[in-house]
Structures are given as structure tokens and as C-alpha cells.
Write a protein that binds this ligand. Structure first.
Ligand code: GUN
Length: 302
């Protein structure tokens, strides 16, 4: 093993401690705490476990948390009315609608109904625009890209002038992280290339990368020979490739694999994130940070 492991689980603990301290300070001085509502529609098992973890984490850092679970049959109109209620609720600073939504609901319409100043997921077009402009305009960077950037910064990897190659062009990860790394500022100022399914020679681009960010959703896509020696490799892939029985609990658990061939890549890279325990834990952490920021913007102390 030559690569330094960038552990999301450790960075999460540092950031959650920082948030807990700041929440207590704000409570003492202003008499308020950040409020987060999660809206879950239906009973998708993965969504239930994500929402539960979000609420538990919000509770841990001292937030006011509301878990609003709705039946899968809720009408689009009623869901929009629910969002409007939380838009107007002064105790709520962040609204998170867990995706995916049932087919009869227009996802875009629902996300666009969230007040951009409570859109802690950073999915509203206003926040996408703010991210594109960069600098002080940015209010809520989307959570997974924000977590990736935080990991790169905290690992001490130089980003200024670095060749960053992003594999994948999703709205949730690929496009926003590329946009963030190209901005002038801390943890960015890089030369960025996005590669995708239409790219002619994926390997050639990856080989140039000082920082390789892979969010393709294809297990083991990136081969060790595509990695520049010493590069920082961020693997966003969380692919369920099977099931096993947990030694600890005796329960069935998913076997997860990243988009990078980790065992071989770790002998070549300078830095690498594991799967699980890498980027994954950072997403919820950054959601907490965005919710805290939302209250700070409201109080004029951000
Ligand atoms: N479903 C999967 N990932 C996410 C996320 O980051 N935010 C929301 N709202 N739903 C998701």
C-alpha cells in the first residue's frame, strides 16, 4: 500500500464536532438552533435508511429535526402544499425531499417549489446558478461535491493548477464538482476535464489526472494502469455487487464496490478514498453544514 487513505468516516467526526460546538454557541447567543425537515415519500428501503441517518445525525449535532414521512400515494398537489408549509415555517432552515419520488409526481416541479434559501441539497436552479457564478454567490453547494472538495482540502492535496479529471456528468456529482474545482479560490483553481460515455479515449484522459474524481456508477471501471503515479483518486461509486452476512449482526448486508479497482489502485495512487467509508459519510455531513449555514445566513452571521 503506497497511497494515503482519505477516510470520510474520520473527517465526518471532525466536522460534526465542529458543527456541534457552533450550534451550542449560536443557541447560547441567539436562542435558536438550525431546523431540518426530511420529506420521505413511500417506503423505498434505501431511502428509509438514508433519511433515518440524516435525522439521527441532525439530532446528534443539536438541530431541531422533523421527519415527515408520507404515503407513496400522496398527490403532487398535496406534496407541493407540504413544501409550502415548511417554506413558511420559521423553525425550519433546511428542507430535504428524499429522491427518488414516485412516478406520478413531477420531481422537477417539487424540487423547484423549495425556497432556494432553504434548499440545503443545492438542487434548485437558483442554487445551481449561484454555484456556477462561484465565490460569495454560493449558498448551498450540493452535498456530495462539497464533501469531495472538503476531503481533498483536508488531505492537503494541492489543487491550484492541478489537472482534475471528472468521470461522469450527473447533475448531482459530475457537473457540480467540475464547476467547483474550476473556480478561483481555496481547494479549487484547477484545470478541469469532464469525461463521460461519449468520450473517445477515457484511459488517456484519466492518465493525465493529478486528481481523478470518479462518479460513473460502474463497478471497477477505472483500471490501475489509468492512474498517474501519486495521483489523488476520489471514488464516488457505491455499487451493490452482491449480499453477504454481517459477522457482527448476523444480518444480510450489501457488498459495496467502488468505480475504481481499489486493491490495485492503492499501490499506484498517492491518495485514495475507500468504498465504503470514503465519500459516502461526507454527503450527510455536508447536509448538516448547509443547514447550519442556512440559519447563519438568516441571522446575518454567515
Ligand atoms: N437520493 C439519493 N441521494 C440523494 C441526495 O443527495 N439528496 C436527496 N434529496 N435525495 C437523494
Amino acid at each position: 500500500m503506497t497511497a494515503k487513505l482519505i477516510k470520510g468516516t474520520e473527517i465526518r467526526e471532525q466536522i460534526l464536532e465542529e458543527i456541534t460546538t457552533e450550534v451550542a454557541q449560536i443557541k447560547a447567543k441567539h436562542g435558536v438552533v438550525p431546523g431540518l425537515v426530511t420529506i420521505l415519500v413511500g417506503a423505498n428501503p434505501a431511502s428509509i435508511s438514508y433519511v433515518t441517518l440524516k435525522i439521527q445525525t441532525a439530532h446528534r449535532v443539536g438541530f431541531h429535526e422533523v421527519q415527515d414521512n408520507q404515503d407513496a400515494t400522496i398527490s403532487e398537489e398535496d406534496l407541493l402544499a407540504l413544501i409550502d408549509k415548511y417554506n413558511k415555517d420559521d423553525s425550519i432552515n433546511g428542507i430535504l425531499v428524499q429522491l427518488p419520488l414516485p412516478k406520478h409526481v413531477d420531481e422537477k416541479k417539487v424540487l423547484n417549489a423549495i425556497d432556494p434559501d432553504k434548499d440545503v441539497d443545492g438542487f434548485h436552479p437558483v442554487n445551481v446558478g449561484r454555484l456556477m457564478i462561484g465565490g460569495k454567490e454560493v449558498k448551498f453547494p450540493p452535498c456530495t461535491p462539497a464533501g469531495i472538495q472538503e476531503m481533498i482540502v483536508r488531505a492537503g492535496v494541492e489543487t491550484k493548477g492541478a489537472e482534475v479529471v471528472v468521470v461522469g456528468r450527473s447533475n448531482i456529482v459530475g457537473k457540480p464538482i467540475a464547476n467547483m474545482m474550476v473556480q478561483k479560490g481555496k481547494g479549487a483553481n484547477s484545470t478541469v476535464t469532464i469525461v463521460h460515455t461519449g468520450t473517445k479515449d477515457l484511459a488517456a484522459h484519466c492518465k493525465r489526472a493529478d486528481i481523478l474524481i470518479v462518479a460513473a456508477g460502474v463497478p471497477g471501471l477505472v483500471k490501475p494502469e489509468w492512474i498517474k503515479p501519486g495521483a489523488c483518486v476520489i471514488d464516488v461509486g457505491v455499487n451493490r455487487v452482491g449480499e453477504t452476512v454481517s459477522e457482527k449482526t448476523g444480518k444480510k448486508v450489501a457488498v459495496l464496490r467502488g468505480d475504481v479497482d481499489f486493491d490495485a489502485a492503492k499501490e499506484i495512487a498517492g491518495y485514495i478514498t475507500p468504498v465504503p467509508g470514503g465519500v459516502g459519510p461526507m454527503t450527510i455531513t455536508m447536509l448538516m453544514l448547509n443547514t447550519l449555514k442556512s440559519l447563519k445566513f438568516k441571522l446575518g452571521i454567515a
